[in-house]
Every structure is written in C-alpha cells, then in structure tokens.
Design a protein around this ligand. Structure first.
Ligand code: ADP
Ligand code: MG
Ligand code: MG
Length: 921
C-alpha cells in the first residue's frame, strides 16, 4: 500500500520517566513479550516476529530494542543510557540461554543478525547486519562445530563486508573488488564455487580493506560489534534515502526504528539449505498463487540483490518437498490470521524451515482490488474488512491509461522481461535517477533504465513513467518499489546490454540512446522500441460506454468494492464539475451531487469570450446588460446540461468569482500590438480598439488580484451579473422541473466575510428567482448559501448562517488566506519548508488540521448553532485527499466534493473514515 496516515507515536514522545519502563522485548521458546498490536513500539518486523513466535511458528529467538530507544538515541546525541544497556545485556543472556550458545565463545559462538524495522515497512531503506559475533577465533570454533569450513568462512566474509559497509561506511565496491579478484584468480564465477581456502583469503583481504579505508582494525570483540551495529541501525533511520522515502509516503520522522537482534540461522551451509522470499498471492495481479523466489546455499540479501538468479518458489517443492509443504501451510495460516496477503522471508538450514519475517504485502492498485474481492468471496473477510484492505490512493492506478492495443500489436517486441508491475509506460530513456528528475522537471516523460535499481534511486523512480531493469527477479528492489508506487515495471530483462557510462543499451541488434523513446507493458513484460499512443483505462472505457461492463472483470470488482464503501460511509461524495460532460463523468464515477460548478469556466467556451469582454468593457449599465443578455441563453443551456447529467442530485452553482481581468488579453500583449500597429503607421479602428482595451486593462490592473476585486465583491459592484446568473440558473431548473426531473439548485456566493455581503446578494437572488418562477408559472425549490473561504467567515459563521442555507468550505482559498501563502507562488518556498521540517505536508494538498482545520471546526460549530439544519460541505482540492476526508468526516461535514477522477478515492476514504471511527475509538 502506498500512503500511510501520519500517525504519531504517542509513546515515543513522552519522556522516559520511571525505571520500570520496558525498552527491550524478548521472543523465543514459543513465547514473546510483544504481539501484533505493538507496531508502534516494536516496528512491523519486531511485532511480526513476536506474533509468529506466539503462534508457535519456527522463528529463531531474539529480542527487539524498541523504537523509543531510537528517539532516545537521537535526543541524547548518540548515547544510550546505561539502564537500557543493562536491559539489552539481560536479554542477550536470555537469548544465549535459548540458543544454547554464547556471544564471543570460541567453541560455540552465538551469531546474531541486527535488523532495522520501523512501524511502516521501508524496503531496503535502512540497514541490517548478519553473522555478527564472528571474529578470528569464533570462526574456527564455528568451523569445528559444524565441520564445515567453507560455510564458516563464507559467513565471516559476509559479516566483515556488511559491518564494514554499514557501520564503518566503507563503500561496497571496495569489498566486491577483492571478491572479484579472488574469484578471477580461482577461475570461478559464483560465490558458491569458492572453497574454504579462497574464502580465507577473501577474509584477509576484507580486513585489510577495513583497515585501509576505515583507518581502524576490524573490531574483534563481539560486544563492541553489537553496540556499534545497533547504533548504526539507529543512524540508518536518518540516512538520505530513508528520509526521502518517508517524505514520499508521508511517514513521520519522529517514530523511529526498532532494532531486532536475532539468532542467526544459515541458508549457506550447503545444498540442503537456502533462503527465500515470497507472497501468499501474486502482488502484481492479485492472482491466488504462491509467489516468490529462493536460492539454494545462500544467505540474506542474495535473493533480492541480483548476484545470482533465484529460482521460482514452486521449484522448491521438488528440491525440498517437506520444507515446501510446511512453508505453504505456515503462510496460508498467516494470511488467515492477519486477514491480509503476507510478504514473508524464510531460511532453510539443513532442511529445517525458519520464518524470519511476515508483513502485509505491498501490492498494485489492480491487485488490491482483485485480492479484496477474492477475500470476500473466500469468506476470509467481510465486505467491511475488505474496504480497509484497499488504499484509496491506489485506485488512481486503475484509471491510468493503457496502450492503444491496435497500435501496440503492430510493433514487434524487442525483448521481454519479468512483468513486475502492470501498466503501460512510454517515454524517453534515461539511465540515472538524477537525470530522470532533471528531465521530468523540463516537462519530459521518462523511463528509468538501470541494470538494477538501488534504494538511492527512489527519487528517480518516483518521477518516471516506468522502470526497466536488466537483472533482478520479481522480488528485487525495482519490482517491490515499482509495485508499491504503482509504476509499470519490468525487471530482469536480461537481453538488455546496458552501458550506463555511455548512456545507451543494445537489444535485438539495435542501440537505444538516452532520450530515445521506448514503451513497455508491465503486465506482459514486453518491451518495444517506439513511442506508443495510449488509450483510456478499462474502467474509463466502461464508464464512457465504449466497453461493456460484463466484459471487464476489474470494472465489476471496482464497482462492487465501491458499492460496499457507499453502504458504510456517512459523508456524501460530490464532484467539482463545470460543464455537462464533466458532470456526466462525475456521475458515472459515483458522485451524487455537484459541490462546485464554476460558472466563469463557461465564459471561456467557444465564441463566448468576446461577449464577456464586451460586458467588462461596457461604459454604462445599459451596455453591460446588453452583453449579459447575450450570455444568458448560453449559461442557461449549460446549467440545463449539468442539471440533467446529475439526474436530480443537488447541484451547487457558484456565482462569478475571479477578477475580471482574467477574461481580458494580457497587458503586455496589448502593448506589443499597439506598438506594432503604430509603427506600421496604422490609425484605423483596429488601433483604436486595442488602445481602448489596453486602457481598460490598465484600469482593471490590480497589485494583488487574489485579494482584490473578485468574488462577492463583483456581485455587489455589478449586481446585474448576479441577476443574469440567477435568471439562467432558475430558468434552467424550471425547464427541467417541467420535464419531470425534480431539481433544486443551490446558489453559492463566493468569498463572503461579512454577513451583509451575503444579505445583499441573497436579496437579488430571491427577487430574480421570484420573477422567473412567476413568468414560468412554476414554483421550484432552491437554496442560497455561501462559500466559507475567508477566515473572518469562519469566525462570524453564526451571523452568516442566519442568511445562508448552506456552507461550502473553500479550503483552497481558506488555506491561502489562513497561512498568508499565495497559492500561485508558494511552490517556491513550500518545498524548502518541508525539507526543513517547518511544515510536514503541503497544506494545499492535505488539510492543515491544526490551523485551517480548526477554523473549519469553528465554522461548523457556530454555523450549526445558528441554524441546526445548515448543510455543510467542502469543495477545495482537499475533497479528494484521503487524510483530509478523514478530517472532514470527523468534523461532521455532510459531504466532500472532489474532482471527478478523485471521486472513487473519496468514496473509499469516506468509508474508511466511517469504519475507523467505529473500530478505533
Ligand atoms: P530488510 O528489512 O531489508 O528485509 P532484514 O532485517 O529483513 O532486512 O534482513 C535482511 C535479510 O537477512 C533478509 O533476507 C532476512 O531474511 C535475512 N536475515 C535476517 N535475520 C536473519 C537471521 N537471524 N538468520 C538468517 N537470515 C536472516
Ligand atoms: Mg526483510
Ligand atoms: Mg475561492
């Protein structure tokens, strides 16, 4: 799943006061101090290990140092209080007892892993160290105990490399270089072909690398190794890529990571051992199939790092049938227990299976819908629970366009890779994450092509249309992150000969250079060297009538899930739509009302701008009325169309809002025109026209148009505009009512901060409406209300509510005016604000619950006090943001209004808000 709610870790914030406070949680011997509900303290990994231990699953014993300690580490400037150190020591002794081995012993050394793990999984962003506890003596002890020198030295060289890299910050390449040199000298290709003697040499070379690069000896004391590794894991919480990841996924910085210290089990003892990762369902398509990969005689990251090509997990059945059967049983049980798809890690040591991790599997939006509906059909979850299984944001992936199939089929595939994440991607090739960002900033669409991606590529992956790699399997970094971001991704396209330094690749006899176009289909794995036009998504095709609903399985499931959501949500979901075709689409997406119809958008329609300009340029009221009379039938037809598209649902129409100069040509352009005509010696009417226009534009020029002559101020200075718009609205409504469609328009006056502004306009609306209804010989219902978007409006909401029959919070302007941040200029500094943590989120994207949100709460409270029946909604961009929808639900609003494409997101988010209130508090 992608965005996570920004939940604060309450515990981590409070000061450690009493000595009795627990910082370290043991798991082992079938019993754990923690459980699945303690993710805040133990992190996802720690809580999963505890839960699996309690369930009697084979989990190597260990202990979890809580996330609170991470915060203490930072608060105390990288020092851990001695009381916590003692607690760690106690747990270490407990672990030694459970393992029957001792850290640092030469005869029977305990080896452990030191693993990072925060509340929200951040794949590959933080660090983990394996085989800790080995030194020059312990390795000999391990050898004699296991009678396996190759294994002992393989583990030792892995440890020195990981410790050297993570703790002492020696680049990985420095180690790889030595390993390659030894392999070359022995004429072998794979790590697994190296014998004990060669590995002993690797160890010696590695120790020298440490000494040269880190300027210190590799530490031989396991207790020092442990402390240094623990601290390095804490430090990895603040590494650049982890910070970037948290920024993208809205994860707060102050929740910290836990550290898990766990007895090692070994997948690298030989042919009867191995390691692997998997999912209980296919995370790309949602198909109900066991999914994953493993490697024989391997350890830890080997499977995902791409050093060797892993085998599909099904093949494990042939190699080790007993372990395979047990793995299937355990993971099926875990899926039932957690009621969600599990992403798991395991290791087999001499045919004995151990579980090392379980967590909710990240999946594509497509898979999320498939899985949620399958789970209901399998009676694993109820429809209500299914609603909580889909991240609202991920629904957007389903609306993204696909290829025009006919065009796609015409082009031959250049190669094929593993279909890691579905979707159609087309764009210009780039070979580095930095280039991806640069090019996208220039307005280009790019596909990031890499031999393999690394966690540092995250910013480039985020902006690309798709990700294509030459190595790696379905669980490689590129695949996992691609799926999570909902980016089309193909991995392991082995035929690509990538030359990253020359920025080109060769495939199928052709050379593709940076900037060339390619396209690929993340569902089939086909890559083509061409730019391919796209076509609306399957769901959109159903909605616009070009595909039959019964021909689209994904549409039917999408619709079903949203119908479940509709049953539980309390908030209404409306759409912001200005024209009939937008209203049509909004209705198809499930909007049952229009929360904002911006009438001025109709002014930009074909052939209308000259009329609008005439209205603005008019010198007298009479001339202005003449132009308005021309606009009247056009607006009336538009309103009629919008009402009709909404089939009787409420439609909220806002009277004219923007400053008038927006409808006139730009001052600079006019000056150029005038100068050009004068230079050419022209005198006639064209020049006169332009000059007149320029004079009016200059007259209308404002220093601060957003705070200038706009909104209700226009209606007050030019009442005939409000009259015309009211007439158009009521006439259209009368016509529909006569045709049998009962519609009650809601007329909304923008930018009101004074109750008398509203009274002034309401009197006009009521007068004109009465006239029209008399002419039409029909009475219809209508409401007059206001947008609440000026802070003063929130404060005097009680006064305003005596006049207004409804409120709609215009949270875009309300945010702008509350912060004093110009919407159009804040881009420049808001990014830096976020980097400096002055603001966590962009308040224009997700509602600022403390400041702007409090004004909303105040407005609701005072408004409803004055008029208990007051209908209240919100029509800013925030209406389509899940976190904001939660807030509006809790604030007691009646509806949210979002852009048509965000309507499904809002429906699901509103349902989740309703459910979490019931379940949570
Ligand atoms: P990440 O969060 O990056 O996956 P992990 O802490 O899960 O990091 O560990 C990285 C790899 O090391 C995983 O493949 C995991 O299964 C393996 N590993 C971790 N601890 C142990 C252990 N005690 N014994 C064997 N393998 C381990
Ligand atoms: Mg892991
Ligand atoms: Mg506004």
């Amino acid at each position: 799943m992608s965005k996570k709610p920004a939940v604060k870790n309450a515990a981590a914030k409070s000061k450690p006061s009493s000595k009795a406070r627990k910082y370290v949680y043991f798991f082992g011997n079938g019993k754990a101090d923690g459980n699945r509900h303690m993710k805040d303290l133990l992190g996802g990994k720690g809580s999963g290990l505890a839960e699996m231990t309690n369930a009697g699953l084979p989990v190597p014993p260990g202990f979890t140092i809580s996330t609170e300690v991470c915060n203490i580490y930072y608060r105390e400037k990288a020092k851990i209080p001695s009381a916590i150190d003692r607690e760690i020591e106690e747990n270490l002794r407990k672990l030694e007892k459970a393992a029957g081995a001792t850290l640092g012993s030469t005869e029977n050394p305990l080896l452990v892993s030191v693993r990072s793990g925060a509340k929200f999984s951040m794949p590959g962003m933080m660090d983990t160290i394996l085989n800790l506890g080995l030194n020059d003596d312990a390795v000999e002890g391990l050898k004699s105990r296991t009678q396996n020198g190759r294994f002992a030295f393989d583990s030792y060289r892995r440890f020195i490399q990981m410790f050297g890299n993570v703790v002492l910050e020696v680049p990985k390449d420095a180690f790889e270089h030595e390993l390659d040199a030894v392999k070359k000298a022995r004429g072998t290709k794979l790590d697994t072909d190296l014998d004990e003697g060669s590995l002993r040499e690797v160890v010696e070379r590695y120790k020298k690398v440490v000494k040269d690069r880190a300027k210190r000896e590799f530490p031989q004391d396991p207790h020092i190794q442990l402390t240094m590794s623990r601290d390095a894991v804490f430090r990895s919480w603040m590494n650049a890529r982890a910070i970037e990841y948290r920024r993208i996924y809205d994860i707060p910085d102050d929740i910290g990571t836990a550290v898990n210290v766990q007895m090692m089990v070994f997948g690298n003892t030989g042919a009867r051992s191995g390691t692997g990762v998997g999912f209980t369902r296919n995370p790309a398509t949602g198909a109900r199939e066991f999914f994953g990969e493993f490697l024989i005689n391997a350890q830890g990251e080997d499977v995902v790092s791409g050093v060797r090509t892993p085998q599909p997990i099904r093949e494990l059945e042939q190699v080790m049938p007993k372990a395979y059967k047990q793995l299937r049983e355990i993971t099926t049980r875990l899926e039932k227990h957690y009621k969600d798809v599990q992403d798991f890690e395991f290791t087999i040591q001499d045919e004995r299976l151990f579980m090392l991790q379980t967590r909710s599997g990240k999946r594509t939006g497509y898979a999320a819908i498939m899985i949620a509906s399958d789970f209901v059909a399998e009676k694993l979850v109820t429809p209500k629970e299914a609603i909580l299984l889909v991240d609202p944001e991920s629904l957007n992936q389903l609306l993204a366009p696909g290829f025009d199939r006919d065009e796609w089929e015409k082009i031959p595939a250049a190669t094929r890779g593993l279909p890691a994440s579905p979707g159609a991607a087309s764009g210009q090739v780039v070979f580095s994450a930095d280039h991806a960002v640069e090019w996208v900033n220039q307005g280009k669409q790019v596909i990031l092509v890499r031999r393999e991606t690394v966690p540092d590529d995250i910013h480039g992956m985020f902006v690309s249309q798709g990700i294509l790699t030459a190595t790696g399997g379905m669980t490689s970094h590129a695949a996992v992150v691609g799926r999570q971001m909902g980016k089309p991704s193909i991995v392991g396209a082995g035929a690509l000969e990538i030359d990253e330094s020359r920025r080109q690749f060769r495939v199928d006899g052709k050379t593709v250079r940076e900037g060339d176009y390619i396209s690929f289909d993340g569902l089939s794995g086909e890559v083509k060297i061409a730019r391919v036009a796209s076509k609306p998504s399957e769901i959109l095709q159903v909605l616009n009538g070009t595909l039959a609903a019964k021909k689209s399985g994904i549409y039917r499931r999408f619709e079903k899930l949203l119908s479940w959501a509709d049953k539980v949500r309390r908030l209404g979901v409306y759409a912001n739509a200005d024209l009939p075709d937008q209203a049509e689409l909004a209705y198809a997406f499930g909007a049952r009302g229009i929360g904002l119809c911006r009438t001025e958008h109709m002014f930009f329609g074909e052939g209308r701008i000259p009329i609008v300009q005439r209205m603005i340029l008019a010198d007298s009221e009479a001339d202005r009325r003449k132009a308005l009379n021309e606009l009247l039938p056009l607006q009336r037809d538009d309103f009629y169309g919008v009402f009709k598209a909404m089939r009787g649902c409420p439609v909220t129409i806002r009277t004219i809002d923007p400053p008038l100069h927006e409808f006139l040509p730009k001052r600079e352009d006019l000056m150029v025109d005038v100068a050009r005509l004068e230079a050419a010696g022209q005198t006639g009417t064209e020049l006169e026209e332009k000059k007149r226009l320029l004079a009016r534009v200059e007259q209308l020029h404002e220093f601060n148009p957003m705070l200038g002559h706009r909104g209700v101020r226009l209606g007050i200075t030019y009442p005939e505009i409000t009259e015309m718009q009211t007439r158009a609205i009521i006439e259209a409504a009368c016509r529909l009512n006569k045709e049998g469609i009962k519609i009650a328009p809601e007329i909304m006056i923008p930018l009101v901060g004074l109750v008398k502004e509203l009274s002034d306009q309401k009197a006009i609306v009521d007068r004109v409406a009465a006239d029209v209804m008399k002419e039409q010989r029909i009475t219809i219902k209508y409401l007059v209300g206001t947008m609440i978007e000026i802070p003063r409006g929130c404060i005097v909401a009680d006064q305003i509510a005596r006049e207004a029959q409804f409120f709609s919070f215009g949270t875009n302007d309300l945010t702008q005016l509350t912060f004093g941040f110009s919407r159009d200029d804040s881009g420049k500094f808001l990014k830096i604000y976020q980097e400096k943590k002055i603001l966590e989120k962009d308040p224009f994207a997700s509602i600022d619950t403390e400041g702007v949100g409090d004004l909303v709460r105040l407005g609701v409270e005072r408004g409803r006090k004055a008029r208990p029946s007051l209908k209240i909604g919100i029509c800013g961009e925030h209406g389509g943001d899940p976190a904001s929808v939660h807030f509006f639900h809790n604030a007691g609003l009646d509806y949210v209004s979002a852009s048509p494409y965000r309507v499904p997101v809002a429906r699901l988010a509103a349902a989740q808000a309703a459910l979490s209130v019931k379940v949570g508090d």
